[in-house]
Design a binder for this molecule. Structure first.
Ligand code: ADP
Ligand code: ADP
Ligand code: MG
Length: 445
């Protein structure tokens, strides 16, 4: 592996460029017309325009991306997260053209991308799954029968959904009948497939996920858990490592379950197994077959560079450590800094960064994709930066997070910094007791 095409934008493109540079790999960025002035374009060794902003015509345009890879002599593609990262067709084209896809095989992506197939795989690996569909719902009548069987409330989910979207809470049969058509139609427009499935709705679960690394030779290790319970409308807001809510028994149980699932999926690369935990019960949710937004908390606590490891594994190298050599240390928190107005229902807030000065000092890491004077294009998600802090204990990490947020200067657009400051002072959060619906408690989840 010598030269890597980065099929993404924003902070994750910058993050991948940094890892490549540390491994002496050359980088080729791609950008849409709306991203010509973006940081990842400036930082890469080479950058190529790929089309207008609708993602289908640029960041999701597989033929165009492959053409750029060939024209610029890339022998690998890193897809980041979102966009094409979990697209089996993209991985398959890479395989056919002899270009290394930094991620699992297309077969594994196809299996795990079908959320019902993934549930089935987990169940066969002996891991509990949330009660619900064993196959895509074919009719409203079937949905009603299944919902009666598992018991209301239920969640109606788009089979191809992701990023917390395409999920609807249904409290009774009347609600299910009312939402059925619309949910299918929305799934079709948003994810290209109208297929739906349903799951029993757990009332106050925690979202706990296990980070896994697997090499091409079948060696697997886990790097503990991340607690992503702090969410707004099923989208993660603040993540931490370790979880303040797990005892050692549950921690071990989840890690073992994750490894069983990933082994059964013949997983290769960095991937995450998501669970919901409610009291003593735990349930498999899905596998995210890619690097995750919140990977820095794991990196800070486990001392491993996950993006570098992705690249090493893709280059065919064996894992450089055994499970016994991996030890967590201290506590990390990540706060997603989004250009959204927390006082206006989190309305996206594109605009120009009149001033931008990220925090620094001990234990502070900023993953951003912006610079002073840059204008945020309105076409993409609103994540500007991720602020991750480390401390020897949770309490010290929280104090450091507060200090770093107060240091952060962003002028010209509203951001979620005030939300994070409020959250850090919240007694519920301080005690580590918040569930996935905590931030939505005043709104209708
Ligand atoms: P996505 O692919 O969009 O990430 P997930 O199935 O991982 O979808 O769910 C996203 C979030 O929605 C979870 O983190 C959790 O907060 C909530 N959620 C999903 N399934 C359930 C469930 N059965 N009960 C309660 N909450 C759920
Ligand atoms: P993580 O678990 O890594 O935090 P998220 O669920 O927050 O992942 O999603 C990461 C990014 O990928 C977000 O920008 C989200 O919008 C995007 N994303 C993930 N899956 C999909 C999908 N199926 N369709 C559209 N966007 C997606
Ligand atoms: Mg998920």
């Amino acid at each position: 592996m010598r030269r890597v095409l980065i099929a993404n934008r924003g902070e994750i493109a910058v993050r991948i460029i940094r890892a490549c540079r540390e491994l002496n790999l050359e980088t080729v960025a791609v950008y849409s017309e709306a991203d010509a002035a973006s940081l990842h374009v400036r930082m890469a060794d080479e950058a190529v325009a790929i089309g207008p902003p609708p993602a289908l015509r640029s960041y999701l345009n597989i033929p165009r991306l492959m053409q750029v890879a060939v024209d610029t002599g890339c022998d690998a593609v890193h897809p980041g997260y979102g966009f094409l990262s979990e697209n089996p067709a993209f991985a398959q084209v890479c395989e056919a053209m002899g270009i290394t896809f930094v991620g699992p095989s297309s077969a594994t992506l196809r299996l795990l991308g079908d959320k019902i197939a993934a549930r089935d795989l987990a169940a066969r690996a002996g891991v509990p799954v949330v009660p619900g569909s064993a196959r895509p719902l074919v009719s409203l009548e079937e949905a009603c029968a299944l919902a009666r069987q598992v018991g209301y409330p239920v969640l109606l989910k788009a089979l191809a959904g992701g990023g917390g979207r395409g999920i609807r809470l249904v409290r009774d049969e009347e609600g299910l009948r009312r939402r059925w058509e619309l949910a299918a139609e929305e799934a079709r427009t948003a994810f290209g497939s109208p297929e739906l499935y349903l799951e029993k709705y757990l009332e106050h679960p925690r979202h706990i996920e296990i980070q896994v690394l697997a090499d091409a030779r079948g060696n697997l290790v886990h790097l503990g858990e991340r607690d992503c319970s702090l969410q707004r409308r099923r989208q993660k807001v603040l993540e931490e490592c370790p979880s303040p809510a797990l005892d050692e028994g549950m921690r071990r149980t989840l890690a073992r379950a994750a490894l069983r699932i990933m082994r059964a999926a013949r997983y290769r690369g960095a991937g995450t197994v998501e669970f919901l935990v409610a009291g003593d019960a735990y349930y498999f949710l899905e596998v995210n077959a890619r690097i995750q937004v919140e990977h820095p908390v794991t990196e800070m606590v486990w001392g491993v560079d996950l993006v570098q490891e992705q690249l090493r594994i893709a280059a065919g190298q064996p894992l450089r450590f055994s499970q016994g050599e991996l030890r967590p240390r201290g506590w990390a928190l990540e706060m997603r800094i989004c250009a959204e107005d927390p006082d206006e229902d989190f309305l996206p807030c594109p605009g120009t960064l009149v001033a931008y000065r990220p925090p620094g000092g001990p234990g502070v890491r900023v993953d951003d994709g912006v610079y002073p004077g840059w204008t945020i294009p309105p076409h993409y998600d609103s994540l500007l930066a991720k602020l991750t802090v480390w401390g020897p204990t949770r309490q010290e990490a929280v104090a450091r997070a507060r200090r770093a947020l107060l240091e952060y200067v962003i002028e010209g657009v509203r951001t979620t910094i005030p939300l994070h400051l409020r959250l850090l002072d919240d007694p519920f959060f301080r005690r580590g007791e918040a569930s996935t619906v905590y931030l939505d408690r005043s709104a209708d989840p």
